[in-house]
Design a binder for this molecule. Structure first.
Ligand SMILES: Cc1ncc(COP(=O)(O)O)c(C=O)c1O
Length: 467
């Protein structure tokens, strides 16, 4: 029997690190040169003992890891990982199943199929949708927009999978300036080119302006069009007016895609889902599992109402793949990858562990705590709220006596990170530098908000009174 002891010792070490996130310094404390000095060198000629490999890896990375899975990381929208999800992730690695086709792992295929059904239900999406389980929202955009491209061009007599885009009418993509850049990258990946993106004005509330959308749709003639809506602006949490925007887009024969990387999870909360009213009228949706569902990284989901378009865009076959009639769902028909880990197993475990009530609780807690953080930091002397918390997002900035608020804001963000209690990111919003506050971790509590506000106050006091 070969030696598996490294699996046990590593699990123990990982658990200690996971628990230690409660009180660890949140920012990385070691820089690039030091990390390279520890980790680089010639590729080893000979192998090493696995225990030693892990010891060296842990030692080499010490101080270079950011506490982004911990309760006081408020930078980008990064969730934590649930114990059940981490455990299932370990299982997926040790099972070593290929999640490409049913025949390769009947159990994994069925678990993914069930998880897909549960996700549609919890996210309030039409149950007829097809599902793809991909690496993140970036690839969910890619998958959903591939289905959109397929459908829009099939309707014009073009089989894009066979003849490609040459000779096809150029597709245009209408979206607001609040879109996430991953959407543009998906457009580029799909050969539509970033020039295909036409920006639609936003209203004073940061949502897509309906009159501007109507005008843009009306001026497009017969050009195939995708309208991309936001369920959660990454700075302000604003959600687009879905009901009216979907109606306008559909009246003009356009496909509607929703970026719901984090915001789509508002539908899991019975008391907050009204902000997404009409979102279910769209044609495709992209979201993340590694944000509000609290899965480890590597989890995104695409949902497509037109199953045939989705399947036509993704499916493939080969002589050695043909399954007997009546076997289960082949994930490869819906995903862009061939061989893949059956990552839906992890989503299944998280949904089982939390239930609908547990997901709703996390969403509600994060929104409530974001509201506390934004208003309490914004109320500190020398600070102001730029955008009050909506969903789990808000913006504050810091005011300099001499008037250079941008520099002051960046300095406070830097100093708070160096202090180590909490971690915030910066952004530019309406031409102003701002501290972006995102709360997306199941471990964040009122106590973490208290500690964080006290830490920011301490840092600001020091900046005012010490040279
Ligand atoms: C609104 C939005 N869309 C898309 C993405 C891209 O998601 P991912 O990084 O999972 O690919 C993000 C990531 O933070 C996001 O916030």
């Amino acid at each position: 029997m070969f030696d598996t002891s490294v699996l046990r010792t590593t699990a123990d070490r990982a658990i200690v690190l996971y628990e230690g996130l409660e009180d660890a310094h949140v920012a990385a404390s070691v820089g690039h040169a030091e990390l390279l000095a520890r980790l680089a060198g010639p590729c080893p000629e000979e192998g090493a003992d696995p225990e030693q490999v892990i010891e060296q890896l842990l030692a080499g990375c010490e101080g270079g890891l950011v506490g982004s899975g911990g309760p006081r990381f408020f930078g980008w929208v990064i969730g934590g990982s649930l114990p059940a999800a981490i455990a299932a992730d370990w299982l997926v690695s040790t099972w070593e199943q290929n999640g490409a086709i049913y025949q390769c792992s009947p159990a994994a295929a069925v678990v993914e199929e069930v998880a897909g059904e549960w996700l549609k239900e919890i996210l309030g999406l039409p149950m007829e949708c097809s599902v793809a389980m991909v690496t993140g929202c970036q690839m969910a955009h890619f998958t959903a927009l591939a289905a959109a491209r397929q459908k829009l061009l099939t309707d014009r007599g073009i089989d894009v999978g066979r003849v490609g885009l040459a000779g096809a009418p150029p597709i245009r993509v209408l979206t607001g300036a609040h879109r996430h850049e991953s959407l543009i990258r998906a457009v580029r990946f799909l050969g539509m080119g970033s020039d295909a993106v036409a920006e639609v004005a936003l209203d004073s509330d940061g949502r897509l302006d309906l009159a501007a959308l109507e005008q843009a749709l009306a001026t497009g003639g017969a050009r195939p069009t995708i309208v991309c809506l936001m369920a959660g602006d990454l700075n302000t949490g604003a959600a687009d007016p879905f009901t009216e925007a979907c109606r306008l887009a559909h009246d003009h024969g356009a496909w509607v895609h929703v970026d719901g990387a984090f915001g789509l999870w508002m539908n899991a909360s019975p008391t907050r889902r009204d902000v997404l009213a009409g979102c279910e009228l769209a044609d495709s949706w992209a979201t993340d599992g590694h944000k509000w569902l609290q899965l480890p990284f590597d989890h995104g989901f695409a949902f497509v109402r037109d199953r045939e378009a989705h399947r036509a865009a993704m499916s493939m076959t080969a002589s050695y793949l043909l399954a007997p009639e009546g076997t289960g769902r082949d994930p490869m028909d819906w995903n862009p990858e061939w061989s893949r880990r059956p990552r839906g197993v992890v989503a299944y475990a998280a949904l089982r562990s939390l239930g609908k009530a547990g997901v709703a609780r996390i969403v509600d807690d994060c929104c409530r705590l974001a509201d506390r953080l934004v208003s309490e930091i914004g109320a500190l002397p020398g600070a102001e709220v730029l955008s009050p918390a909506r969903m789990n997002q808000g913006l504050v900035r810091f005011l300099a006596p001499a008037g250079d608020h941008d520099t002051r804001t960046d300095s406070v963000i830097e100093a708070v990170r160096a202090e180590g209690t909490a971690w915030f990111g910066g952004t530019t919003w309406n031409g102003m530098r701002a501290m972006r506050i995102s709360v997306c971790n199941h471990r964040t509590s009122d106590h973490d908000v208290d500690r964080t506000v006290a830490a920011v106050a301490r840092v600001m006091y020091r900046m005012r009174h010490l040279p």
